[in-house]
Design a protein around this ligand. Structure first.
Ligand SMILES: Cc1cc2nc3c(=O)[nH]c(=O)nc-3n(C[C@H](O)[C@H](O)[C@H](O)COP(=O)(O)O)c2cc1C
Length: 210
């Protein structure tokens, strides 16, 4: 019954097959069916299908890592950073990539619950559950589950966000208050990718209070 959960895996290698627009729309619609605080739906999906553009975005990421790596003297740290690059650029081999933008989600009530003398630190703690970004997480998970259910695969990616300013500028997408939060390629998975790493046992991550 829960197969649709267990059949989702992070896919980093794709077959050379397109994603028809009809399927893409089904996946995006499922993403927007996610719950969101106050039903604010503070998300925006930018889909890039153009190969040259995807390659260019990967190059932006590579250039930024290589520039940073040149400044690192410690060889071990340098090679660690360079190997991290593989986890940030594989999307260029997919038929498309979805860039997910997060919009404003005003957290109200701080002045009521904390009083007028609340410090910035108090207000930051009050808002630390960040419902705005939780909405994006829900949308991305829906998107990935929908993609997997339709025979596609993707990989939630925040690694490349160290270059988000440059990626955003290149995409040229602007919407008041929106910024890039994460991205995922979508495509038909290569068979060998259909597995996930082990999870922690329930006892380690669950506390039941009777
Ligand atoms: C918020 C978030 C960010 C992630 N960023 C990356 C990433 O930048 N590159 C990558 O290869 N995988 C990334 N992943 C995928 C995780 O590595 C993957 O979900 C985890 O290892 C579990 O594997 P599974 O998705 O196959 O079950 C990310 C996942 C999440 C939820």
């Amino acid at each position: 019954m829960l197969d649709y959960i267990y059949n989702r895996h992070s896919i980093r290698k794709f077959q050379d097959k397109e994603v028809p627009m009809e399927d893409l729309k089904k996946i995006l619609k499922a993403a927007t069916q996610a719950p969101s605080g106050k039903n604010l739906q503070n998300w925006h999906f930018v889909v890039v299908k153009n190969k040259e553009k995807l390659n260019h975005i990967a190059k932006i990421i590579e250039d930024k890592v290589n520039t940073a790596a040149r400044k690192i003297k410690d060889e071990e740290k340098k090679s660690k950073l360079l190997s991290y690059l593989n986890f940030c650029t594989f999307f260029k081999a997919a038929p498309l990539t979805v860039f997910l933008f997060v919009g404003p989600y005003p957290i109200t009530g701080a002045e009521i619950f904390l009083g007028e003398n609340a410090t910035e630190k108090d207000i930051a703690a009050f808002s630390s559950h960040n419902p705005g970004i939780q909405n994006i997480g829900a949308a991305m998970e829906n998107l990935l589950l929908a993609a997997a259910s339709l025979g596609y695969g993707g990989c939630w990616m925040t690694g490349p966000m160290f270059a988000k300013a440059e990626i955003q500028e290149y995409l040229g997408f602007t919407k008041e208050g929106y910024s890039l939060a994460c991205m995922t390629p979508i495509g038909v998975p290569v068979e060998s990718e259909l597995h996930s790493p082990k999870r922690k046992p329930l006892e380690e991550v669950v506390t039941i209070i009777e």
